[in-house]
Design a protein around this ligand. Structure first.
Ligand code: NI
Length: 271
């Protein structure tokens, strides 16, 4: 018999959203079967109700944790009332991070200055609550780094989720003490430059995620993504780094537990 695979943690999924309303229980059981028992359900992609839904799901499932935030696309909705509501949710015992939030200068769905103001408020909330941050960054490396440095240097921890930047950006965020999280993009055929970065990131700084329902990895590309598929991301990291997938799983899980201060879990699956 094959040994049980080492447990993996999907550090970034949106299984509270309506894309999973029809079969959420099946998605969770497929994840468990794939050795992906612990999930971080990320709020803030979509409207504010995704935060409440993430917290509710974490309340119902021992191995699920939630984050609360607001996507840069929706920065224009970051009213004082919304921020108060999120400050309240952030105090929930299953909320382990602030995010996702950040800057997105690729789509510019909210004006850049509005995004900057919102991101600064969330950095402030993370510093105030002493929670790590889940940061969305697209074509805004310099400004994200500057905001972290000026507003949270030394106190702020976090992850650049779905990292797709270049070597210089990777170095900048690592120097700030941040983790880099790799998604299904690292499995894509044209992602050789990203795989080069995945090869040299220090082992104590890497995380894995799906960003489900988005960004399904090869060989599921084009379908709805789900937490079980984080194993394909880990397999690609193992291949490019020349180590076993169990080593990646153990390393990434240890990093995840440290960053999000999750309770200690099993490093290998229970029979
Ligand atoms: Ni996301």
């Amino acid at each position: 018999m094959n040994p049980e695979p080492a447990s993996l943690i999907d550090t970034h999924c949106h299984i509270q959203t309506e894309e999973f309303d029809a079969d959420r229980a099946d998605v969770l059981s497929r994840a468990r079967e794939a050795g992906v028992e612990t999930l971080i359900v990320v709020g803030g992609a979509g409207d504010l109700s995704t935060n409440d839904a993430a917290v509710r799901l974490a309340e119902e499932n021992a191995n699920l944790y939630a984050t609360v935030g607001m996507h840069p696309h929706d920065a224009k909705d970051a009213s004082a009332e919304a921020m108060d509501r999120m400050r309240g949710l952030a105090a929930h015992p299953k909320v382990v991070a602030i995010g996702e939030t950040g800057l997105d200068f690729h789509y510019d769905h909210s004006p850049r200055q509005v995004q900057r103001d919102m991101f600064e408020r969330f950095v402030g909330l993370a510093v105030e609550t002493r929670l790590p941050m889940v940061v969305h960054n697209r074509e805004s490396d310099r400004e994200v780094a500057e905001t972290i440095r000026s507003r949270g240097a030394g106190t702020l921890e976090g992850v650049i989720h779905c990292f797709t930047g270049d070597v210089a950006a990777a170095r900048t965020f690592l120097d700030l003490g941040f983790y880099l999280s790799f998604s299904g993009i690292v499995t894509f055929k044209n992602a050789e430059a990203l795989r080069d970065i995945a090869r040299w990131v220090p082992p104590d700084r890497l995380l894995v995620e799906t960003d489900a329902p988005f960004l399904a990895p090869v060989p599921k590309r084009g379908r709805r993504n789900e937490p079980a598929y984080v194993r394909f991301v880990a397999e690609t990291l193992a291949r490019v780094r020349g180590v076993g997938v169990d080593e990646i799983a153990d390393t990434a899980s240890r990093n995840t537990r440290a960053l999000f201060r999750l309770p200690e879990g099993e490093t290998t699956r229970k029979p």
